[in-house]
Design a binder for this molecule. Structure first.
Ligand SMILES: *Cc1c(COP(=O)(O)O)cnc(C)c1O
Length: 412
């Protein structure tokens, strides 16, 4: 067996990772056209409208609303779904903060359900166990581009009369049993921040899946101070508050060009991620991320788990050895499950106040989602990029096989 680079052996990766340009002439042309309109306001210009109309075609949807971020998209979906003071919203403890912010801004209370050990997505049984009379909605997170098991989630939602919001910030063109995620729940939310599959700098989209014009109008207004602009006259809705999360024409313009690249980006990531899964599925010590049969993952990153009993090293050493082989990686994803953050531990979303936490009996102690905690303690994340070459992916695979073989129990 070849010596690990960590101990002076040859590195697995001897060439730099392939890179590419995300933005080019196509974006520049769109931006100039946007400026030439003499307005950058989404409702007067054509760029945001065009961007959404292309997005709708890609997703087979009738209505969508543009927002200033993915966090904003989720807040808008919550507002449109009628989530309000004292409601409970069930969601995943392994996610971006953006999933949680809108819940708290609506003065509703996040309730964390546990995850499936191999997909890192919500476990429907745990979701059902967390339902109370206060539950108003579920936000499912399709983590790292892998679809959550939506059929049982939708079944629960129908039985209890609650809304489902899909957080697709990491899951463009991801398919669940052949259907694009984001079109299955009541609302599908996307992010176009600079780190996602496509970027408009910042931005977001909400798919309104009922296909009903009144739901579209409510969602549209909730991203725009509750101003009702879709009728013949502007109506300043002042019955309740809504934030201003409008997308500008500049973002819409870049989005039009980016969307054209999206199918290629997702196809490459899917090919590379699936290839890694196939090559690593039988490597002792490595648990690959499970993509269920009939599903398609578009790998925002590649995250697998170490089976600690089958390895002679701790996770930190595994990561260091991989790094030494020339493969960038990170232990876990977020440092801890979301409910361990001070804001949940101190029940303080707003400085000096326990509101809205004091409206709910939900608790945030260590151990409430044991599987999620275990995932974060054993996971290793490897960046994956559409610009990587075939060779890059082969090098990652070889390095992983080498490091896992070195530390395999019974090998030394
Ligand atoms: C990125 C992300 C968000 C937030 O999107 P922003 O555009 O950064 O506000 C929400 N949820 C998940 C799962 C994300 O990855």
């Amino acid at each position: 067996m070849e010596q690990l680079a960590l101990y002076g052996g040859p590195q697995s990766k001897t060439t730099p990772f392939s890179t590419g340009k995300r933005f080019g002439e196509e974006e520049a042309v769109q931006l100039l056209e946007a400026l030439d309109q003499n307005t950058l306001f989404y409702h007067f210009g054509e760029k945001v409208k065009h961007f959404l109309s292309d997005f709708n075609v890609m997703y087979g949807s009738k209505y969508s609303v543009a927002t200033s971020s993915g966090t904003a998209a989720l807040h808008v979906a919550l507002g449109a779904a009628g989530v309000t003071v004292g409601d409970e919203v069930i969601t995943s403890p392994i996610t971006d903060q953006g999933t949680l912010i809108g819940i708290l801004y609506q003065n509703a209370v996040p309730v964390f359900a546990d995850l499936e050990p191999n997909t890192y997505n919500l476990d429907p049984k745990s979701v059902e166990a967390r339902i109370t009379p206060k539950t108003k909605a579920i936000i499912v997170v399709h983590l790292a581009g892998n679809p959550c098991d939506m059929d049982p989630i939708m079944d629960i939602a129908h039985r209890y009369g609650i809304k489902v919001i899909e957080d697709c910030a990491q899951a463009y063109l991801t398919k669940y049993k052949g259907r694009p995620v984001g079109t299955i729940g009541n609302y599908g939310c996307f992010s176009t921040n600079d780190f996602k599959h496509i970027s408009t700098g910042d931005g977001g989209i909400v798919l309104v899946n009922s296909g009903e014009e009144k739901d579209y109008a409510t969602t549209h207004a909730f991203a725009d101070k509750n101003y009702r602009r879709l009728g013949t006259t502007l109506e300043r809705g002042t019955q309740f508050i809504a934030p201003n999360y409008r997308m500008t024409e500049l973002q819409g313009a870049v989005g039009i060009a980016q969307l054209k690249k999206l199918p290629w980006i997702c196809e490459r990531r899917r090919t590379y991620g699936d290839r890694m899964n196939a090559a690593l599925s039988s490597v002792p010590g490595i648990h690959i991320p499970k993509v269920n049969t009939h599903d398609e993952c578009t790998y925002w990153f590649y995250m697998f788990r170490l089976e600690m009993n089958a390895l002679t090293c701790e996770r930190d050493e595994f990561c260091k050895a991989l790094e030494a082989e020339g493969i960038p990686n990170r232990a876990g994803y977020i440092p801890e499950v979301c409910y361990m953050q001070p804001l949940f531990q101190n029940r303080q979303a707003y400085l000096g106040s326990h509101f809205p936490f004091d409206l709910s009996d939900t608790t945030y102690s260590q151990g409430i989602c044991p599987v999620a905690e275990e995932i974060l303690q054993t996971a290793v994340q490897i960046p994956l990029n559409e610009f990587y070459s075939e060779q890059d992916v082969e090098d990652i695979i070889r390095a992983l096989q080498k490091v896992a073989a070195h530390y395999a129990v019974g090998k030394n």
